[in-house]
Design a protein around this ligand. Sequence first.
Ligand SMILES: [Zn+2]
Length: 188
Amino acid sequence: MRAEIVLPDGRSRCARCSKWAVDRQVDVGAVVRTVRPLLHSYGIRLPNQVRVELVEPGILRAGTGEGFVGETVVEQRRLRGVSGVQSIKVVSGMPATRFGHVVAHEMGHGWLTRCPGDRSLTTEEGICELIGSWWLRHRGGRLAAYYLEQMWQNPDPVYGDGYRSVCRKLGSLSPGEVVRRVETTGRL
Ligand SMILES: [Zn+2]
């Protein structure tokens, strides 16, 4: 039997996940330092530096009932109409593997502000899920494999369909090739 730990908000977590969970703001840096260089190596850069902020569960888009775990707020700057990233918020209490996946996904939104073109929500989320999958593959291990399978099976019409559609179109390309294509054409 696995040892379960019950969190203050009622969620439970196995002891193994708890050991590597991101519960406090001071835990954030260690994971971000493994995500950011990987994305940089593929050519993914945000338009500006932004701190990944840890927030309590239930705060992000509260009331939508969707249980969002990450959020990126983009600002349209007045000067030259250039977009910037105002904030990246990720929910606390997740295992480091899942936390890194969400950070990679949200950094994808930040990077896409630099890419031209009008993309549908499904395409945008599909690209960000693909970026999250690159980090999970890099991370490796059983938990990463579990999240990869969950993404692939996700019945959600935006996140699940978007990811599968992007994989079908870009699956044969390397991450660097995907990044160059989206940056230059804005499309898949
Ligand atoms: Zn997203």
